[in-house]
Design a protein around this ligand. Sequence first.
Ligand code: ATP
Length: 584
Amino acid sequence: MSLGFRETFSKLWKMLPDKHEMIVAMILLCINSVIGIITPYLLKIAIDVHIASRNWNGLLTISLIYALLIVVQWISSSISSYLISKVGQEFGCFLRKRAFQHIARMRYHYFEEFRTGDLISRVINDTATVRDVFLEQLTALVGSILSISGSLVLMLKLSIRLTLAFMTTVPLMIIVTYKLVPRFMRAFKNVREKISDVTVRVQEAVAGAQEIQAFGREKDMIHEFQRVTRDELKAKITVARMFMLYMSLMQFIGGLSISILLAYGGYLVIGGWLTIGTLAAFMSYGTSFITPLRTIIRFYNSFQEAIVALDRVYEVLHVPIEEDRPDSVEVDKLRGEIIFEHVTFRYPNGIVALKDINLHVKPGEKIAIVGPSGAGKSTLVSLICKFYEPTEGRILVDGIDIRKIKLRSLRKNVGLVLQETYLFSGTVRDNIKMANPNATDEDVERVCKELGIHDYIMALPNGYDTEVGEGGIRLSAGQRQLIAIARAMLKDPPIIILDEALSNVDPGMENFIVRTIKRLLKGRTAIIIAHRFTSAMLADRIIVLDNGRIVEEGTHEELMRRKGMYYRLYMMQAGEVKAVATEK
Ligand code: ATP
């Protein structure tokens, strides 16, 4: 998706937070350029009229007007520069905020399409490029266009012959530009991608620091980082080289024009066809034609880079966000009945993770889902939270198709306790409160007391005020899961989805967590992904999933008697425990 010139401008204009300040800045810039066009003409009058006739008073008047105009130009250029960088900074923040807001509401599965670092780079680096180019350079462009057209008009008025002589180099400039621009586009795209690669590596090195150190891969990571940084540097140097070549060619052609002007203009003056004042004014217009032309060219090149950056930001802004269907309804507190009717689900990559699932969970009933890895357990619960929608069939909650329930009100009724609980940097208390920012400290403590984990939290170094570290790094897996349980309890939803993480904890902690879970589940509908059979036993009914299908259903005793897949999985886990014990 590449935006055109006009489309880009109109989109950017619409997005500008303060159009008034921008308009004032533009007006000041125009004043600036108009003064730039008037002053050479004053020079001509001073030389041809007043110096030639030795009119001292006239010369003084012209000099004063000249000085006054320079003061006005100085003031207008200072104010406009300030306004442009102010609006530019505000626009940068605004664009970044828009991108971030969009990401926060982006449909869950689209996160899989971006690498985290690439998303970060789009929000931080690409928005900054768009800001710099569009505001700072775009406004310079407006002034330049005005200077060029004004200079051209006055040059034509002063001498058509000399103007035509001056313009003989313009086709050369067009050819050079035409030849080099496509290369610039490719080079800029490459630079944006390389910048993004660097961000991705930094993000991965931080996120995977433990694995990198555990596997002793620090050197490889450093080499890899050096490689992407080198590639980024190479890409930037390529752009700089091309730019330098381009600008120097332009400068050379510009210098050529001025020489032509001097030679031909001088010849006309000697021949008596032109006054010295006109030639002096022409020389000045020539420079004020060439300098803004360079600005335009510089802008044009940066503009290509900004279009690439803007495209990358737009790619993020165009990712579908989580939106309710127009006919969707609010629901209050649900009873917690869940029905799967012939639900089939296919991931965008074509993998069919669930096949014709039929399941009826009564309000308050607890269902455990067991099955081998990849059976579809996580997929099944993601559908209840509407992270994905069924490809076929439907899911009803309290008799309402969840497609028709407003997302926020559905999620208010569902508590999630995930295996990999992400904790945000802050204290234990902050993290529990995340479930309900309006909850008081007393609410948090009450909930923890009900769950029986209050004393446990108090025993942490700073009790509820213990810092958990980014991602909960300073807590154990079991402790993180306890916080997730407390979060869910504070939210107090009628439906709980629990992906237990007991495999990572010792037996003492396992019993403690199971007791806590029991308290959380009391009086609620629960779907438990049970990796350990201890948590499967918390359920009223166990569903066995295999390859996306429900293959068995019943209580623990019934399924053990049946000696089917559940029995085999159970024996396998028991066998593993035994094997490990005897190996010791
Ligand atoms: P585990 O116990 O190992 O977590 P699971 O029973 O929860 O496994 P799912 O994670 O639901 O299994 O995966 C079911 C199938 O869907 C697997 O074949 C998996 O490869 C595929 N799958 C899971 N997530 C995605 C995804 N985001 N995109 C594409 N395919 C996916």
